[in-house]
Design a protein around this ligand. Structure first.
Ligand code: UD1
Length: 435
């Protein structure tokens, strides 16, 4: 296992000093939510796959270890942000619990393993504390493609001599289910149609990689994906789509801190609604050659948000939206439609003085001029980023614990914040012991 694990072995925290105005340039790398799926897609073709714009995050190390256990060689160059994956002709088909429980995205190997080897034993995942996140769509879709599936001793055991194309309706445009079914269908016999498919840019990125590998896919980026199965695929070099959630986080942070931040290697068209919300809140957003610039010169105006599958407002930006509204003028209503437990961190924001009431999947936020620094604990990646940027607009110091979550989604977040003028210190988090 690579050394990024050190972050898990020794607890760390961020000490955030409030009052900074973020000013300057920041560059975004490839999307976490894409690269892990691209790594799984590499399994579909024997030979050497090269991925670039690979973010320096622990989840890439976990997925690398999973691929190694399946028989692949994986070489990572952190400086160059590349990953070279050598896939042998014969691969194993088991994804162990010790890896899958640490990273839910491991489930993405289910489709490719089944398509390549006719068999997949994948441990049932754990993952972020943001909802029950079942796998029923993945399983129902694979059954339609002709697989048999058992739940044995904590593993999904899927088998299929040869997958056969079928029409699959998803009850909800699930990102994970769309990806798994797509990766299974590209090597299936005949035509598969996935209706109510997810349309996220990360799905388009996966489709583009699969297409350059030789897959026949129509409708990428729409709700209907049509796949004509092929006999085999070839390995390729592919650059990971830029991380729209990280880019959106910088946009929100610039707005909240009355800053002026230019975000490079970002695609504003992937963030239309979120950036439009910031304009409504009072920010100026200009597109640049390779991204966008966000400028703000006054306290933001409260702005409602409703999370929905892409192209709706992303659920992964909900914590930042709550933080922004917490320091806005006026009252807003923020509605979460994707994950029922996304509001679990609201109590932490309340520790910073945010006035937020939740009822089911709605939150009413009454803005106040300034938050008040306090020690807080983050339950997941995005809540963590939301708490850190809330700390930037809090009086005094905010100490955010459990930052290994943040490190999973935001490579070098503290260094990038400091480069923009914030004061954020990474330090050991001494653990209290009791006798
Ligand atoms: C992915 C992202 C996550 C992001 C989310 C929405 C990864 C690792 N995670 O999550 O960061 O917040 O997309 O953009 O890429 N559902 C079912 N049954 C299923 C599958 C999903 O009921 O079989 C439900 C889930 O409980 C949830 C909703 O569908 O309410 C969305 O899930 P999905 O889009 O699959 O999200 P993930 O792929 O888990």
């Amino acid at each position: 296992m690579e050394t990024a694990n050190a972050a898990l072995a020794r607890p760390e925290r961020f000490r955030v000093t409030g009052g900074a105005r973020l000013v300057g340039d920041v560059r975004v790398t490839g999307a976490k939510n894409s690269v892990l799926k691209l790594m799984a897609a590499a399994l579909l073709a024997p030979g050497v796959t090269t991925l670039s714009e690979v973010p320096d995050i622990l989840d890439v190390s976990i997925m690398s270890e999973l691929l190694r256990r399946l028989g692949c060689e994986v070489e990572r160059d952190r400086e160059a942000a590349t990953l070279v994956i050598t896939v042998p002709e014969k691969i194993h088909h088991r994804a162990d619990y010790d890896l899958v429980r640490r990273m839910r995205a491991s489930i993405a190997v289910l489709g490719p393993l089944l398509a390549r080897t006719g068999e997949a034993d994948v441990a049932l995942p754990g993952g972020d504390a943001i909802g029950s996140r079942p796998l029923d769509f993945h399983i129902a879709g694979l059954l339609k493609l002709g697989a048999t599936i058992e739940n044995e001793h904590g593993f999904i055991v899927a088998k299929a001599k040869r997958l056969t194309g079928a029409t699959i309706w998803l009850d909800f445009p699930s990102v994970g289910a769309t990806e798994n079914l797509l990766m299974a269908a590209v090597l299936a016999d005949g035509r598969t149609e996935i209706d109510n498919a997810a349309r996220e840019p990360e799905i388009v990125d996966l489709c583009q990689m699969l297409q350059s590998m030789g897959a026949q896919i129509e409708g990428a980026g729409t709700s209907t994906l049509i796949i004509h199965g092929v006999e085999g695929l070839r390995p390729v070099s592919h650059s990971t789509v830029s991380d729209r959630i990280v880019a959106g986080t910088w946009a929100m942070a610039a707005t909240m801190t009355l800053g002026d931040v230019t975000v490079h290697n970002a695609d504003a068209s992937h963030l239309e609604i979120a950036l439009d919300k910031l304009v409504t809140a009072g920010a100026t957003v200009d597109r640049t050659g390779d991204g966008f610039r966000v400028m703000m010169d006054r306290r933001p105006t409260a702005v409602d948000a409703v999370t929905l599958p892409y192209p709706g407002f992303p659920t992964d930006l909900l914590p930042m939206s709550l933080a922004l509204n917490a320091v806005a003028t006026g009252t807003s209503m923020v509605t979460e439609n994707v994950y029922e437990s996304r509001f679990s961190f609201v109590n932490e924001l309340a520790r910073l003085g945010a006035d937020i009431r939740t009822d089911g999947h709605h939150a009413v936020v009454r803005g106040r001029p300034l938050l008040s620094g306090a020690p807080v604990t983050t339950p997941d990646i995005r809540a963590g980023a939301g708490l850190v940027i809330a700390g930037l607009v809090a009086e005094g110091e905010t100490v955010v614990s459990e930052i290994h979550h943040i490190d999973r989604g935001y490579p070098k977040f503290d260094e990038q914040l400091c480069a923009l003028g914030a004061v954020v210190v990474r330090e050991d988090d001494p653990q209290v012991t009791f006798d």
